[in-house]
Design a protein around this ligand. Structure first.
Ligand code: 0O2
Length: 211
């Protein structure tokens, strides 16, 4: 594809990511208005860079003519939660939405990846309105706790640094770190009530100080 072709191919994916970020961040704002615990801490999104699309297509022998069907994460959304239990709440919330259709679910929390990676992945079909009509696109939504995200971000950078060949001794440490991150999640779940009360008190206090 030439540069102009890439631009028009990726434009609806950009639109999907921007729209979903606004919509999903809106859920958090609604919880904040009600001073109740939001299962969503923050939301990020990105369109896969062209180099990564080409690299993945090569790695997985994906035909460029069917890339929109075969590559499910050209558009990607990440939703970060405080607690492991929040992930299920977010997944249920997404299942009940009528602006997207869930195509596939991958639970890397119950069955973590070999690397130690944990996250809940949903592949959804999301309709974007374009000047040429509606276009339904695949979007991958990754839902994870803050500590799963911390681990994944670090591991992703190391993978990049070592071009996918992380030395064995670091791999072992990363697996240990993944378990430590999961223990942190479990500990936090145990004191969830305390943490939530503190949040409510704190958000009321900051609200009072606002004009
Ligand atoms: P990006 O955008 O740089 O994050 P595959 O891509 O082969 O792993 P598949 O079937 O395409 O697998 O989809 P899957 O399993 O849902 O994983 C795709 C994305 O999940 C990856 O995207 C990562 O974001 C994340 N992921 C999966 N496994 C790991 C892992 O072991 N470590 C980390 N840090 N992230 C992981 P990309 O393609 O890496 O791109």
């Amino acid at each position: 594809m030439q540069s102009e072709q890439w631009k028009s191919f990726l434009a609806p994916y950009n639109q999907a990511v921007e729209e979903l970020k606004v919509k999903l961040r809106g859920i958090r704002s609604q919880y904040e208005l009600e001073h109740s615990h939001s299962p969503i801490e923050f939301v990020t999104g990105r369109v896969k860079p062209i180099a990564s699309i080409l690299d993945k297509a090569k790695r997985k022998s994906i035909n460029m003519n069917s890339i929109d069907e075969e590559m499910q994460d050209i558009a990607g959304i990440r939703m970060m939660c405080q607690f492991v239990d929040d992930i299920k709440v977010v997944v249920d919330m997404l299942r009940s939405r009528n602006d997207l259709e869930i195509i596939e679910e991958r639970d890397y929390i119950t069955s973590k990846k070999d690397s130690g990676y944990r996250s809940y992945h949903l592949v959804v079909k999301y309709p974007v309105q374009t000047i040429k009509g509606e276009q339904k696109l695949l979007v991958e939504i990754q839902i994870r706790t803050l500590s799963m995200n911390f681990w994944a971000t670090i591991e992703h950078s190391l993978n990049y640094k070592y071009s996918g060949k992380i030395p064995d001794n670091i791999k072992v440490r990363l697996k240990r770190a993944a378990e430590a991150a999961y223990s942190l999640d479990e500990e936090m779940s145990q004191i969830r009530g305390e943490i939530q009360e503190a949040h409510v008190i704190f958000s009321r206090k900051t609200d009072k100080n606002r004009p």
